[in-house]
Design a protein around this ligand. Structure first.
Ligand code: NAI
Length: 255
């Protein structure tokens, strides 16, 4: 029997990268999965690559109305919602001196407000499911160890972690069976990572410099992050809430 037999998951940012790897892993463990993204063309392509009970849902995480529609569509198709993975995210480089207002607002809208709306809109459906539920929010190594050229990204992800822990405390103390945890990937080979590499003049040097920020000396893979998300989403993590799990080859440690 799969680890997620009887579960229904909504995974955002799932048109590619870590979200898509997570959806694939969840399906292999017996979950029914709604994959959601703002990019309709890539979303349709992603649905085609998956085997199992899958629904593609167009979602802009910055819109509460869009969230309501996504949760409704998931419950309408599968009858309930028991797992939410907030994977949608954006990252654009800028330090505190060069960061523009628009980029600042964009990061907060997607990486912080998007998770706020998502948790708030998913909670009533989760409570109605009558099952133990889990929310896993994808933060970053950069919320454990900030980087100078990621000012808005670090701020948005750290805010999202604090919000996640506040929600974890609330649900636990209120006796509501929704656990909330965060995973903190280092540099992971996904479209987001590829966009950073593409900005560099020397691809090989850029790859080596990203790899060097991790004591294990390499870039991570989306499947490795999906394993940590699976653990936190499953009954195997039944006594774990408010935790921050790095998946970064030791990158959050300084020596
Ligand atoms: P990605 O760029 O491949 O995937 C992010 C997805 O989010 C995209 O498919 C994009 O269309 C979607 N998205 C963006 N704005 C959206 C919106 N308003 N509404 C709905 N969907 C939206 O990136 P990746 O690497 O798979 O990232 C997944 C998560 O992991 C993100 O939250 C990212 O910040 C985080 N992360 C990634 C790292 C990496 O090195 N790849 C490192 C640390 C964290």
């Amino acid at each position: 029997m799969g680890l997620l037999e009887g579960d229904v998951a909504l995974v955002t940012g799932a048109a590619g990268g870590i979200g898509l790897a997570t959806a694939r892993r969840f399906l292999a463990e017996g979950a029914q999965v709604a994959i959601a993204d703002i990019d309709s063309a890539r979303l349709a392509g992603a649905v085609e690559t998956l085997r199992g009970d899958v629904l593609g849902v167009l979602l802009d995480v910055t819109s509460r109305a869009s969230w309501k529609a996504a949760v409704d569509a998931t419950v309408a198709r599968f009858g309930k919602l028991t797992i939410l993975v907030n994977g949608a995210g954006i990252s654009e480089p800028a330090d505190i001196e060069t960061l523009g207002d628009d980029a600042w607002q964009r990061h907060l809208a997607v990486n912080l407000h998007g998770v706020f709306y998502g948790m708030q809109e998913a909670a009533p459906a989760m409570k109605a499911s009558g099952r133990a539920c889990a929310i896993v929010n994808i933060a970053s190594m950069l919320s454990l160890r900030p980087g100078a050229i990621f000012a808005a990204y670090c701020a948005s992800k750290s805010g999202m972690v604090a919000l996640s822990q506040s929600a974890a405390l609330h649900f636990a103390r209120a006796g509501i069976p929704i656990r909330v945890n965060t995973v903190h990937p280092g540099a992971i080979r996904t479209p987001m990572y590829e966009r950073y590499i593409a900005m560099a003049d020397d691809r090989e040097a850029a790859e080596a410099s990203f790899a060097a920020t991790h004591p294990m000396g390499r870039i991570g893979e989306a499947d490795e992050v999906a394993e940590a998300i699976l653990f936190l989403a499953s009954r195997q993590a039944s006594f774990t809430t408010g935790a921050q799990i790095p998946v970064d080859g030791g990158g959050h440690l300084r020596d």
